[in-house]
Design a binder for this molecule. Sequence first.
Ligand code: MG
Ligand code: MG
Ligand code: MG
Length: 309
Amino acid sequence: MEEVYIFGHQNPDTDSILSSLILEGLEKTLGEYNVKAYRLGKINKETEYVLNYFGIKAPELLEEVKEGQPVMLVDHNGFDQSVKGIEKANIIRVVDHHNVAESFKTNGPLFYLAMPVGCTATILREMFKVSGIKMDKITAGLMLSCIISDTLLFNSPTCTDKDREVAAELAELAEVDINKYGLDMLKAGTDLSSFLPEELINIDSKTYVTNGIKYQVAQVNTASIPDVLKNKTEIENAMKKFMEENNTELFVFLITDIIENNSQVIVLGKQEIAEKAFNVKIEDNTAFLPGVVSRKKQVVPNIDKIING
Ligand code: MG
Ligand code: MG
Ligand code: MG
């Protein structure tokens, strides 16, 4: 049986890595496909913490897919965020919690499951229930980690009652204290000390194309915004270089304080779009955005609205 690849988005976050592994486990139990989970980039520190905690190995790196390769996408659908060669792959499943991107297209029929919830793992939990498959302790722990990561421990406006309900159930199964484990996990992800500026802007970075305008929104989590801003000039230089190499017209770099739940942004390129989108004045390439923590709910839709006029 031909191998079916499962993967999340580029610059993978915890939800992308772990949901690939969780879906791999589910599909193996169902037995219809010969599946294998992959990753499209480096494992971040937060995900590394979770993998070590539960004693799980990271999936292998996938750089490109060949024409006709059967694939399953989790935690994304836009081709700009997917693997090289995705246009010619055979997409047989998508499990996702984002809007359907302009770039998404298939030639054949597919199983597409999207729900407006805080993370992909919450949808996978439903798939387990519908399939009548019993959940083991480790899978529950991995799912819980995805919810904590994507909702910033239930503080993001993307978090729904469904996520809270599922998380409580999973914490019991996984036998972990949500708040203690959750904070330890998020804090592991705020250790940015080993990253060069060009790596920092790529830890969690996504490309969007709206109405012909190509823009980038990257995000890092921190417990201290001033700490990250110490390297503002170096970060700006890395952003500039990225924009030149990728023909990016606007780059928004979010530095998110996970304790206070605010963000500072560094914006380069078409700053006027960001000023209108966030209703702020950008000075010295930066602005403070009180209460903003979610790229998906509080950043991208606002930018798209301005671009679409
Ligand atoms: Mg993600
Ligand atoms: Mg996600
Ligand atoms: Mg995220």
